[in-house]
Design a protein around this ligand. Structure first.
Ligand SMILES: Cc1cc2nc3c(=O)[nH]c(=O)nc-3n(C[C@H](O)[C@H](O)[C@H](O)COP(=O)(O)OP(=O)(O)OC[C@H]3O[C@@H](n4cnc5c(N)ncnc54)[C@H](O)[C@@H]3O)c2cc1C
Length: 508
């Protein structure tokens, strides 16, 4: 019996499948489409997703398909008025090495994930549709379109905004569809147009934007829909794209060609009231949909999967209680609600700004969309045993920051490098934590990797004090970091018991 069946091979399902496969969990992933999706859809990975992919060991592969240096070029009435670097206000820092979004077509994100998954021996089963499922006790029986029945411990619906799995569960998908907020969208080629800029022609009566997709000759086109003489929306087509381009860009001789994907996009703001019913879970668009302003859709799904993966792997292996899986909804549902509000505000702000010739699209590049401030302080997995105050720079549940260190040979090593993998990481700040680190290694073996941080023998040298500052440590202390890069526990340096209690509590 497979432990987990994932339905849907978009970015969410693929990230989850990788997280399970690399932990040795028996997983199948089925996808209704006969082949990978061809439409670009999401085209940016935010800073937090880049950290996630560093943790999964595939950041370099994704970077090879993307770029982070594209300027926005704005035009009014056909004339170029400004070139701007949308991320110019953000600079990397020791705790936050990635701040610029990586422009990358969703099909390339999916391709990298599929390739990585295949290296663990798991292949996406294309042309395979889930048609039903039932739960009894701790077994879910799923039925596929060809009649095959599969028994699993968990079924995860990563089956997109129209999720059939969600609809089959007693789950509401509260929210609204904003029919009046509509955009036409598609992938086209435009020979003669520079691929070095994201072109944005915005006029009083509408506009069109063409964003080059790295590593291809394709632009993602977004535009306000064409209207006919009666003010009715004209169906999106290559011809209507060309008319919109000619009206706003006014560059004779450039022809839009090879439309690989054409769609009409309505803003939907909806959230599932539960992310779990029994042994069936929802993740990604199946659980929440929102405006594309800020490019948070694909990123939120990837980060859902990263939160769920380690929990499901431990529970499916019987190494954690099923209660650990409950913390997925506890942590991610509030993040989804926040994302809907945030992207909605960004959508309204950018729409206003475009109408009034304000800052326009770079108005959506705010600290919020980097995803670096999101954490789970409220969750039951966030434990503090060292009396941190509310104003401490870092609290249990927060994202664990990076910091540069040096190993015993003086070689550079970053915290993110030692976090990368499937383990918990125990950081012991100062010599007084050495005994607790030793004890943890004896008791927990490979599941917890322990490091002494400081300046003495055997320690990773915090030579500029960045690690202590980022982690809000003034004396000696213990910090336990979860496999998904969030702070599990903060404790006093000698409190080995706190670490054992914490890990014991997960076994539930
Ligand atoms: C027009 C448009 C533009 C977008 N632009 C952006 C953007 O600029 N930035 C951004 O971050 N996001 C954008 N998004 C959102 C982003 O594409 C989604 O958030 C992302 O695809 C969600 O990933 P997912 O894996 O959760 O779901 P999906 O990518 O939707 O994948 C779900 C998969 O499940 C499969 N499936 C469904 N039912 C079954 C079944 N019964 N059996 C088997 N398989 C099934 C589907 O075929 C599909 O492949 C856009 C979305 C749209 C539609």
């Amino acid at each position: 019996m497979s432990s987990v069946l994932i339905v849907g091979a978009g970015p969410t399902g693929l990230t989850l499948a990788c997280e399970l496969a690399r932990r040795g969990t028996a997983v199948r992933i089925v996808e209704r489409s006969p082949e990978p999706q061809r439409g670009s859809r999401g085209k940016g990975l935010n800073a937090r997703s880049l950290e996630v992919f560093e943790g999964m060991g595939i950041l370099d592969r994704l970077q090879a398909f993307g770029r982070d240096d594209l300027f926005f070029r704005k035009y009014r009435d056909g004339e170029a008025v400004s070139d701007t670097d949308p991320f110019e206000k953000f600079a990397p820092a020791p705790g936050t090495p990635y701040v610029r979004g990586l422009l990358i077509a969703q099909w390339n994100v999916e391709r990298v994930l599929r390739d990585r998954l295949a290296e663990w021996g798991v292949r996406v089963e294309f042309g395979t549709e889930l048609t039903g499922f039932e739960q009894a006790g701790d077994v879910v029986t799923a039925t596929l379109a060809d009649g095959e029945r599969i028994e699993v411990s968990y079924l995860v619906g990563c089956d997109g905004g129209r999720s059939g799995i969600r609809k089959a569960l007693p789950i509401t998908f509260e929210g609204r569809t904003l029919q009046e907020q509509t955009m036409v969208i598609g992938d086209v080629e435009a020979e003669g147009l520079s691929q070095e800029l994201w072109h944005q022609w915005i006029d009083a009566d509408g506009g069109i934007m063409l964003c080059p997709l790295p590593g291809s000759s394709v632009f993602q086109l977004q535009a306000s829909p064409e209207r006919d003489a009666a003010g009715l929306r004209v169906e999106a087509s290559l011809e209507s794209f060309q008319r919109l381009f000619d009206r706003h860009a006014r560059i004779p001789g450039i022809k839009l060609t090879n439309p690989a994907w054409i769609s009409t996009y309505h803003v939907n703001e909806r959230i599932a009231d539960r992310f779990r019913v029994g042994r069936v879970l929802l993740a990604g668009d199946a659980a929440h949909v929102h405006s594309i302003a800020g490019g948070l859709g694909m990123n939120t799904g990837i980060q859902d999967a990263y939160n769920l993966g380690w929990k499901l792997a431990l529970a499916a292996a019987g190494r954690a209680g099923d209660g650990l899986v409950d913390t997925y909804e506890e942590e991610r549902l509030p993040i989804a609600a926040w994302t809907i509000d945030t992207s909605g505000e960004l959508w309204r702000a950018v729409s206003r700004s475009i109408r009034t010739a304000g800052s326009g699209t770079e108005g959506v590049i705010t600290p919020d969309i980097l995803g670096l401030r999101l954490g789970y302080r409220w969750g039951s997995l966030a434990v503090e045993r060292d009396a941190r105050t509310d104003d401490a720079p870092l609290r249990a549940g927060d994202r664990a920051p990076d910091a540069p260190l040096r190993d015993a040979d003086g070689a550079a090593v970053r915290l993110f490098e030692i976090f990368s993998g499937t383990h918990f990481t125990l950081l012991g700040f100062g010599a007084a934590s050495a005994a607790a680190l030793r004890e943890s290694t004896e008791r927990h073996g490979d599941s917890v990797w322990s490091y002494l941080i400081g300046s003495g023998p055997g320690a990773l040298d915090d030579f500029e004090g960045h690690a202590a500052r980022e982690y809000g440590v003034t004396g000696d202390a213990l910090v336990l970091v979860r496999p998904d890069g969030h702070i599990a526990l903060t404790a006093r340096a000698g409190d080995a018991r706190a670490v054992h209690d914490y890990l014991g509590s997960l076994r539930g």
